[in-house]
Design a protein around this ligand. Structure first.
Ligand SMILES: [Zn+2]
Length: 416
């Protein structure tokens, strides 16, 4: 007998992934693509169906909804957040989800392009999925588990809370954002209207994982003014800005402080763009680490390289501009340790060993944390995101739902 997935997180997920919600970094509109709202509107309809009366989509593409408290205690308002958009890196048009029941560790050949093979050996998390039901796309698109798994899990948890009033909880806020994949997920969010005290993004990877630490991030732009001359008459005079820029990049540390040589809690200096002519050149960098002190130390390394190179070009100049991008959410979360502790407890109650870890990247939660909504990231079960090999399992999604429900109950129990 096939298991009936109707109205489960899985059934919702299969519906949501078939709606193309790709965001577009080159668009100036809010949200960046109108089609994201095709899904947002369905989410609102389903929230209303569940019985959440204030669910609505606003003019900026955000869905807000409230599950009222059913407890007499004074409980902080907590929010669950996921994003509706999928990555611009891979098409999300005409996604055909496939359920591979009772996975046995085989390589999965995707039927619409059999050169697309999800190899068991290439995905270490597949080892813990034996016997589970895996969902993949069909080989020509991404799946969109990032972050439609999170949407489906929050929706199913909301439905579960409404239908099981014996589970006591405080006021629960739901927030579905557009444009996370292009770094604009919080651009037009109204936290005052949301009215939550603490939040959780449901956008993490492995079963049981909880991320309360992200990179801190700066961007650096070096702008070089060289000395341009007719190349036939340049002896002793020309100072090529392009060559200065290239020398700076060539002197970057190779075996440390680069993305390709670091992992875990190590940071890096990473050139992302070089452009110019003889007279003018720019080099853009991203700087990443887990503390602001280390970020500044890496910036010092880079500015010293720049100054050392410039010593050989006495008539050239360069400016060094630093722009703050985002900060490690831990700076904020350390002030509210119970936000993370309650989530770890909820994961444990779902029968899972919690795995607390840090993200070598940023999340909407990093930005939300600094905007006043402390917001760690809980697993959604999504894997290999932004590509055609993306997968998620039915069982991991069910555990994420259980974790969300348990987390609501933990907050209630811990309040007075
Ligand atoms: Zn995501």
């Amino acid at each position: 007998m096939l298991k009936n997935y109707r109205n489960t997180a899985t059934e919702r997920f299969l519906r949501y992934v078939q709606i193309d919600t790709q965001s577009d970094p080159n668009s100036k509109t809010q949200p960046s693509t109108a089609k994201q709202q095709n899904l947002s509107k369905i989410l609102v309809e389903e929230l209303l169906e569940i019985g959440i009366e204030d669910a609505h989509l606003d003019e900026f593409g955000y869905v807000y909804a409230t599950i009222p408290s059913n407890s007499t205690k004074d409980i902080p308002k907590i929010c669950f957040c996921s994003h509706v958009d999928t990555s611009p890196d891979c098409t999300g048009e005409n996604v055909k989800p496939i359920i591979h029941k009772n996975y046995q560790g085989q390589d999965l050949i995707l039927p619409d392009d059999n050169t697309q093979i999800i190899q068991f050996s290439a995905h270490e998390d597949l080892a813990s999925q034996i016997g589970n039901d895996l969902i993949t796309a069909s080989g020509t698109t991404l799946l969109g588990a990032d972050n439609k798994a999170g949407l489906a899990e929050i929706m199913d948890a909301a439905s579960h809370l409404i239908n099981n009033p014996e589970i006591k909880h405080g006021t629960i806020k739901i927030l579905f954002t557009p444009d996370e994949e292009i770094g604009r997920g919080t651009a037009a969010v109204d936290l005052k209207k949301l009215g939550a005290d603490f939040g959780y993004t449901i956008d993490g990877e492995t079963l049981g994982s909880l991320e309360d630490e992200t990179f801190s991030a700066d961007a650096v732009k070096i702008s070089i003014t060289g000395v341009s001359q007719h190349p036939g008459f340049a002896k002793g005079r020309m100072e090529s800005a392009l060559k200065i820029a290239s020398e700076i990049v060539a002197r970057l540390p190779k075996n440390t402080l680069s993305p390709e040589s670091t992992e875990g809690i190590e940071g890096f200096i990473h050139p992302t763009n070089i452009a110019g002519m003889v007279e003018m050149a720019t080099v853009e960098f991203i700087i990443r680490d887990f503390t602001v002190e280390k970020l500044h130390a890496h910036e010092l390394v880079l500015s010293e390289i720049m100054n050392n190179v410039l010593r050989n070009y006495p008539n050239s100049k360069a400016t060094f501009e630093v722009h703050e991008q985002y900060r490690n959410m831990k700076e904020v979360l350390d002030k509210f340790p119970h936000v993370t502790e309650f989530a770890l407890e909820a994961i444990k109650r779902s029968g899972i060993e919690p795995n607390r870890r840090s993200i070598r990247g940023g999340t909407d939660g990093s930005r939300l944390s600094f905007m006043g909504l402390p917001c760690p990231n809980i697993f959604a079960g999504e894997h290999a995101f932004h590509g055609k090999h993306e997968w998620v399992s039915v069982q991991d999604m069910e555990k994420a739902v259980e974790t969300i429900v348990n987390l609501c109950a933990v907050w209630e129990e811990m309040s007075v």
